[in-house]
Design a protein around this ligand. Structure first.
Ligand SMILES: Cc1cc2nc3c(=O)[nH]c(=O)nc-3n(C[C@H](O)[C@H](O)[C@H](O)COP(=O)(O)OP(=O)(O)OC[C@H]3O[C@@H](n4cnc5c(N)ncnc54)[C@H](O)[C@@H]3O)c2cc1C
Length: 491
């Protein structure tokens, strides 16, 4: 008996579910390929709005829809959870892990869009007390720490303690994320919380934005940077420039100025919004292809976003060093669409595209409600008009109609009113990261190894099941016999 094997379709693996990963996968919707999107989270994260989750405006679900749901209608795409730990360009396989389980996925074409992480410029121990802002975990931890600081201050003030260190918030890094974060904490202290406490006056909280650079928002140019600084100061934010952070501990932060002066700020809540480091997958790829890495770990790619000697491997987004392109969402989106089109062209025997060319659609940063700065081509906008532009752009790019709808409602609550819909915090949000860090292999230490199912547990489960069944029978008997509410001797 002879069997005819169906020709296998071209396999594309996409690493990452961020802007590059998701838009690359979607762009392959009509291509004759099977796509596997491998990512270490099951959601697509809209990073530009993380600061709104951290400050209680939006819920995490609004900015992080499940990729499985987003891609449910795309039959040629499969979503797999896993942290990629190895890429082998010779065997064309990607190895990923989740909770100790290993998966090896073969590819014909590969799109790597693993983004970047926070960089502490070689001082990784700062992260213990100054979380960054790169993930939903980060944003929820910060939410817990920010609102928690006000709670602890109220308790301390009740006892008559000095609570200045609890009411001081330091944001390190005066780029768009730092500016937005500082602006929102100031709004929290001055507007949202001002009537909620009895022993503290939240309006006396100090919000400090500090940076080693000589200006706020350097990529926006001097004029817009100066304008943003002035607006922040009017909002009550202290802006300290030319200050390098030299130490961070539980109770404070130390900084050094150019003239050698060292100062310390006593503060419990520190937020790190300075510096990025490209995914370490860049190093793996550089070692196998000879492509250069820059200081931020970004990999030098060919003008068509492929790697030297490997036309089947594309790298896009925050991981690449090409023509001084910025680390912004549009670079990732446009790069991923370019890579997807190139894969399609090759399968259809079409000529290669021209080298990748980034189209700059502009940048913007929010300072406070109804107040933003924006750059579109040669146009420089500030105030309400820039804020309205921000609103329109974000509404277009938030993924999913229901998320757009609820985000608008939450913005109305926060910008028209003074409330915040997402102020809930838990102890685990604040301390889970530190607890996991104390386990040798992180969360993996908390789960059983594959196949190591414990028979004793099965016995325990059986007796527990019998107990629950007996309880249910008794509950039903009590109801049916009308015995509830009657004294035991009457039954
Ligand atoms: C707080 C913040 C605010 C920002 N604001 C703006 C803004 O206003 N405008 C703007 O244009 N840009 C902004 N950016 C930058 C923008 O978000 C990035 O440029 C963009 O996300 C880059 O897309 P990417 O696909 O390269 O990476 P990401 O979107 O970061 O996606 C990386 C993906 O790879 C996954 N991943 C990473 N490592 C692995 C691994 N080993 N295995 C499997 N999966 C992995 C991650 O889970 C994630 O899904 C902001 C960034 C941050 C952090």
């Amino acid at each position: 008996m002879s069997s005819v094997q169906a020709p296998t379709r071209h396999k594309v693996v996409v690493i990452g579910s961020g802007f590059g990963g998701l838009f690359g996968t979607k762009a392959l919707r009509r291509a004759p390929v099977d796509v596997t999107m491998l990512a270490k989270t099951t959601h697509h994260l809209f990073q530009p709005l993380l600061y709104q989750v951290a400050t209680g405006i939006l819920s995490e679900g609004e900015i992080a829809p499940p990729t499985r749901e987003v891609l449910s209608g795309q039959d040629n795409a499969q979503v797999l959870l896993g942290e990629v730990t190895a890429i082998d360009l010779e065997t064309r396989t990607v190895t990923s892990h989740v909770l100790g389980r290993e998966t090896v996925t073969p590819f014909d074409s590969l799109i790597v869009a693993a983004g970047a992480t926070q960089s502490y410029f070689g001082n990784d121990h700062f992260s213990e007390h100054a979380p960054g802002m790169k993930s939903i975990d980060d944003a929820l931890e910060l939410r817990g720490r920010i609102f928690g600081a006000f709670e602890m201050a109220e308790l301390g003030a009740n006892r008559g303690d000095n609570v200045d260190h609890l009411l001081t918030f330091v944001v390190v890094g005066a780029g768009p994320t730092g500016v937005e974060m500082a602006g929102q904490i100031a709004e929290l202290a001055h507007r949202t919380l001002k009537r909620d406490f009895r022993s503290i006056n939240t309006r006396t909280a100090r919000v400090i934005l500090l940076d080693a650079a000589p200006q706020v928002l350097p990529p926006f140019g001097q004029k817009l940077g100066a304008k943003a600084k002035k607006e922040l100061e009017e909002l009550g934010v202290e802006v300290i420039l030319g200050a390098m952070v030299t130490d961070v501990d539980e109770r404070g932060i130390e900084m050094k100025f150019k003239d050698g002066r060292v100062e310390r700020i006593n503060t419990v809540t520190k937020i790190w919004a300075a510096g990025v480091q490209a995914s370490s997958l860049g190093r793996t790829l550089a070692e196998q292809t000879g492509a250069p890495l820059d200081r931020a770990g970004r990999i030098g790619v060919n003008p068509d976003l492929t790697l030297p000697g490997h036309p089947e491997v594309f790298v896009v987004g925050d991981m690449i060093a090409l023509d001084n392109l910025p680390g912004v969402a549009q670079v990732a989106i446009q790069g991923a669409k370019y890579a997807a089109k190139e894969i399609r062209n090759r399968l259809e025997d079409k000529a290669p595209q021209e080298p990748f060319k980034y189209f700059d659609k502009g940048s913007m940063a929010i300072i406070s409600r109804f107040n933003a700065v924006a750059m579109v081509g040669k146009l420089r906008l500030t105030g309400l008009i820039a804020w309205l532009m921000w609103l329109a752009v974000h509404l277009v790019y938030i993924t999913g109609f229901k998320n757009r709808l609820t985000a608008v409602m939450h913005w109305a609550v926060s910008f028209l009113g003074r409330g915040r819909s997402e102020r809930t915090t838990t102890e685990q949000q604040i301390f889970a990261r530190a607890a996991l860090a104390r386990l040798r292999r992180g969360a993996t230490d908390l789960v059983s190894a594959p196949g190591a199912y414990d028979a004793a547990r099965e016995v325990m489960e059986t007796s527990r099941r019998q107990e629950l069944e007996a309880l249910a029978v008794e509950e039903a008997r009590l109801t049916d016999s009308g015995a509830r509410g009657m004294q035991s001797e009457q039954r």
